[in-house]
Every structure is written in C-alpha cells, then in structure tokens.
Design a protein around this ligand. Structure first.
Ligand SMILES: Cc1cc2nc3c(=O)[nH]c(=O)nc-3n(C[C@H](O)[C@H](O)[C@H](O)COP(=O)(O)OP(=O)(O)OC[C@H]3O[C@@H](n4cnc5c(N)ncnc54)[C@H](O)[C@@H]3O)c2cc1C
Length: 399
C-alpha cells in the first residue's frame, strides 16, 4: 500500500519527523490493534515486543465478546465501553480478515448463563433484572427452553439467561490476522526485543532503549499489558496496573463434534466452543502477582465446575492448561490516553475485556494521535479510566 498517497492531511505532520512516528511497546492484542489503526492513518509505526506477539494475556484469553453476560453491578462506565466495542467488532473483523487474508474465528454464538442451584438462580435473576433495566438483549428461559438450545446441559438446573448477541473470537487467530494486516501496511514488529529504558529530551519521552539499540519516535504507546507499571518509566509515569492471574483449560471432543452450540456459563465457570472442536474452560481470578504457574487446585476447580454444567466434559480430551496475567486497574477501567509525561500515551489496563475492547482502544489512540499536534494530544476514548481529560488519569476509588 502506498502510505503517502492514502495518508490523511492531519497525519502527514506525524511522518515528517525523524525515526518513527509511534513506537508501540507490547505486541498483545491492544498494541497490535493500535499499531494497525495508526498505520492506516499514515503514521510510521513500529511495535517492540520482548517475546512473541500475542504471547502475554492475549494468548491465554478465552475470547468472549460478551458485554451483556459479563455485566456487573456498579460498572456503568465499563458497560458503556464494552457495548461500544461489541458494536464495532463485526466491521473490525471483516476489515481485518480482508486486509490479512486470515480468519479470526469470530462467531456470534450467543451465550447461555445457567443457574445450577437456588442461590445461583436468585443471583442470576438479579443480574437479569439489571440487564432488563438497561434494555440489554437478554431473555430468561426455563430449563426446558435452555435444554432445547443446548441439549448437553446438566439434567438438573434452575433456568438461565440467553444473550443472543454475544460473540467469541479465537485470540490466537486474531493475533495472526493482526500481524498479517500490519505486514500489509508496512508496520515493523520487532519480536524478542525488550524495552529496558526510556530515551528523554528534558522531561519529554522521545524513544526507548532495547539491549541493542535506541529507537526514537514522536510518541511512545505503552501497551505492555500487566507489565505496564514498568520500571523503565519514571516512577510518577507508571500507570497503576497490576497482574491478575487467570488459569484456563483447553478440551476437545474426541468424536470431532462441536463441544457446545453456544458460550455457556454458570456462576463459577464459562465454556467457549471454538470452530475447530476445542472447548476453552475459564477462568480463575487470582491476585498472585506475576506468578503464572498452573496449579492442581486451579485445574480441579475449573474441571469440577465445567462438569457440573456440561457433563460431556468428562469424556473430552484435555489438551492443556495455561495461565495468563490480566492487566488490572484499581477501578477495572482501562487506561487509554495521555500518560503523565510528554510523549507517552497509555493503552493498557484492559483487565478482563482486552480482546473485546481492542477495536475501541485502537480507534481512540489512532484518532487522538492523528487529530492533534503532539503537545495537545488527548484521548478520544469515550471514557478513559479518569473519564476526564487530564494528563495523569485519576482512577477514583479503588475497589
Ligand atoms: C484467563 C484469561 C481469560 C481472558 N478472557 C478474556 C475474554 O474472554 N475476553 C476478553 O475480552 N478478554 C479476556 N481476557 C483479558 C485479555 O486477555 C486482556 O485484557 C488482553 O489480552 C490485554 O491485552 P494487552 O495487549 O494489553 O496485554 P498482553 O496480551 O499481555 O500483551 C502485552 C505484551 O507486552 C509485552 N511487553 C511487556 N513489557 C515489555 C517490554 N518492556 N518490552 C517489550 N514488550 C513488553 C509482553 O511480552 C506482552 O506480549 C482474559 C485474560 C485472561 C488471563
């Protein structure tokens, strides 16, 4: 693609500088999506990834795109973001699949949340009341109707909520597609390259250092997931992101039949079928720092709860178990927008919804960088964690 010819006028200013216009630190779903959208607007972009692209939380994620079922009390800002992202997804995927020639495994499967006992039914009813009060697409179904939708469900349960619009994607296939799309727009992805330091001119961040070289850019986008509170940044510029461990299992039916027709969930587990016959079972939520060990307790809990929901699980092949680190923030909202120092833009803290939020975060970062002169850049994310237009996002009260 001829970058100069397709470049919008505002973005042109970005390229008339030395080095890159934008360096993205981190090649997970967020960094790759941001790089793609930025390059489409004509910016010269490089992604710096210390391992493999998508090798962080992105590789482990179940890939649910489920704003309705994942709804929690007291998180209206997050709901606004996840609904907006879910609306963007079909077009994002279509464009990405055309640009890369790769399939992402995106499918609008619908999600069925089942109450396995009386307590879970009472809890699910309360969530369903909230869903209805917000006019979200979700229907309460008695057990017979649930079983019509999903014949393999456990024989005894107390009804469920069906959210027909919920979708899923294979995050590893999404990573491959994003890399293909980045190749097509000429974005350099440096793998096996760790950012170890910042390069400063006065107070301004003008690039990064890796063990082998110094890379310069007008803007550095911090998309390092759970590792975003990086010690290569000055202390006051480190965003309040912490790792939240999650373990998942991968199963497969041995007869090659689809393991389930829909995303299935109970209070303690969710099951996400893939088009190739796999079933992802997730996920634990553990405050264990940077520990990524798969534990016997974690696997036991996931298998037990998956079996309670879908007894066929017992006959499935166990393909593997992995653990990843969600980038958590004190109020569960992402941090997208200007960092605390000039030259730094945050695209991090997407916690449990980074796969879902990626198209929205990428649009926001790309728009804000293309639209404003560097010194005036501000996020256009509908709500960043601050919900305000300030240099250091104000996270409010931690939960
Ligand atoms: C078990 C589990 C299940 C999940 N399920 C879902 C789901 O169903 N739906 C959903 O929407 N979300 C889900 N998530 C959340 C989602 O995975 C994350 O929010 C998302 O992957 C975050 O993407 P990211 O690009 O910010 O981080 P990551 O994917 O972690 O990428 C960050 C990258 O930065 C790199 N990096 C870090 N420091 C440096 C450095 N100094 N130099 C160079 N590179 C660096 C890392 O190597 C890594 O590749 C799940 C997460 C987990 C753990």
């Amino acid at each position: 693609m001829d970058l100069i010819r397709v470049m919008p006028a505002e973005a042109k200013a970005l390229t008339e500088k030395r080095g890159f216009d934008v360096l993205v630190v981190g090649g997970g779903v967020i960094g790759l999506s941001c790089a793609w959208r930025l390059a489409q607007r004509g910016a010269r972009v490089a992604v710096v990834e210390r391992d493999e692209p998508g090798g962080g939380a992105t590789r482990v994620a179940a890939g649910m795109l489920a704003p309705v079922g994942e709804l929690s009390f007291g998180e209206p800002e997050l709901l606004e973001l996840t609904l907006a992202a879910a609306r963007l997804y079909p077009e994002f995927v279509e464009e990405l699949e055309v640009a890369s020639g790769e399939s992402t495994g995106y499918e609008q499967l619908g999600a069925l949340h089942v109450a396995l006992d009386r307590d879970e039914a009472a809890q699910l009813r309360r969530v369903h009341d909230l869903q209805r009060s917000l006019e979200l697409e979700a229907e309460w179904l008695p057990p017979r109707r649930c079983r019509e939708l999903e014949p393999g469900l456990t024989p005894s349960f107390h009804g469920g909520v069906f959210a027909a619009g919920e979708a899923a994607i294979d995050p590893r296939a999404l990573t491959v597609a994003l890399l293909g799309a980045l190749r097509a727009v000429g974005v350099e992805v440096r793998t096996g390259t760790e950012v170890t330091d910042g390069v400063f001119e006065g107070e301004r961040l003008v690039g990064v250092r890796t063990p082998d070289e110094e890379l310069r850019a007008e803007t550095v986008v911090l998309a390092s997931g759970a590792w975003s509170a990086a010690d290569w940044l000055p202390e006051h510029a480190r965003p309040p992101v912490r790792p939240v461990k999650g373990q998942v299992l991968e199963l497969r039916r041995r007869d090659g039949e689809p393991p389930a027709r829909h995303i299935l969930a109970s209070e303690r587990v969710y099951l996400v079928p893939r088009g190739d016959g796999r079933l992802v079972v997730g996920a634990t939520v553990e405050e264990m720092g940077f520990d990524t060990a798969v534990t016997a307790g974690g696997v036991h809990e996931l298998l037990r709860e998956a079996y309670r929901l879908l007894p066929d699980v017992a006959e499935m092949e166990l393909l593997g178990a992995t653990a990843g680190l969600r980038p958590g923030t004190p109020n569960n909202l992402p941090l997208v927008g200007p960092g605390a120092i000039d030259g730094l833009v945050l695209a991090t803290g997407h916690f449990r919804n980074g796969i879902l939020l990626a198209p929205l975060a990428a649009e926001a970062v790309a728009e804000s960088l293309a639209a404003a002169p560097n010194s005036e850049r501000r996020s256009s994310f509908p709500r960043n964690a601050a919900g305000k237009d300030e240099r250091q996002p104000d996270l409010g009260v931690a939960r």
